[in-house]
Design a protein around this ligand. Structure first.
Ligand code: AMP
Length: 211
């Protein structure tokens, strides 16, 4: 099964993509994580991407489409994959269609902007492996330490309040039109984000047919 997870920054699409990835045993491909890793390693495209990411803007379509193409050509994607954070623009969605990639469903995690602004301040990410946490809704077992790899969990630079406002504006302008794009293809399923993460996960799993 090939799935896309759509949602505003902080809506919890990454968390839900991870739950479904584990349930279906198919890889979760987060373009944000790939870009952060490239920025950390100081690769040419990583450094270009970093400036856009730090400002809450999108990285250019050319760069992310190239990354995505390479990633889904890997062996572990043969049985399906979950795209977390891609596509984020209509040209990216068109590129996916042009590659002949069949998408089964597009899951939108819908959360109001006001709720997002309150939530994002509690987000933490592992500086080593990129795993995500929330101090209230999804805490790591030991505060500040990643459950998966033991590295430090930190606040993402682009989770600072001013940058979050910018990212939300970018989402509404560039990414939200994808809802229409996939609605027309009959693939869009909207899951209303709940107060309890576990409840959102239950609805998300039901949306992809896992009970
Ligand atoms: P995320 O971890 O999904 O919130 O992504 C973090 C940042 O990476 C975004 O704010 C963008 O700057 C960049 N990014 C990730 N995926 C894409 C994409 N598909 N297109 C453009 N920029 C992206």
């Amino acid at each position: 099964m090939n799935l896309i997870f759509l949602g505003a920054p902080g809506a919890g699409k990454g968390t839900q993509a991870e739950v479904v990835s584990e349930a279906l045993n198919i890889p979760q491909i987060s373009t944000g994580n790939i870009l952060r890793e490239a920025a950390k390693n100081g690769t040419e495209y990583g450094l270009k991407a970093k400036a856009a990411m730090d400002a809450g803007a999108l990285v250019s379509d050319d760069i992310v489409i190239g990354i995505l193409k390479e990633r889904i050509a890997e062996d572990d994607c043969k049985e399906g994959f979950i795209l977390d954070g891609f596509p984020r623009t209509v040209p990216q969605a068109e590129a996916l269609d042009a590659m002949g990639i069949k998408i089964d469903k597009v899951i939108e995690i819908n959360v109001a902007d006001e709720t997002i602004k309150q939530r994002v301040s509690g987000r933490r990410v592992c500086q080593g492996c990129g795993a995500s946490y929330h101090i209230e809704y999804k805490p790591s077992k030991t505060e500040g330490v990643c459950d998966k790899c033991g590295d430090k969990t930190v606040i993402r630079k682009d989770d600072q309040p001013e940058v979050v406002l910018e990212r939300l504006a970018t989402y509404h302008e560039k990414t939200a039109p994808l809802k229409d794009y996939y609605e027309k293809q009959g693939k869009l399923v909207t899951v209303e984000g709940q107060e309890e993460v576990a409840e959102t996960s239950r609805l998300t799993l039901a949306a992809v047919g896992v009970e």
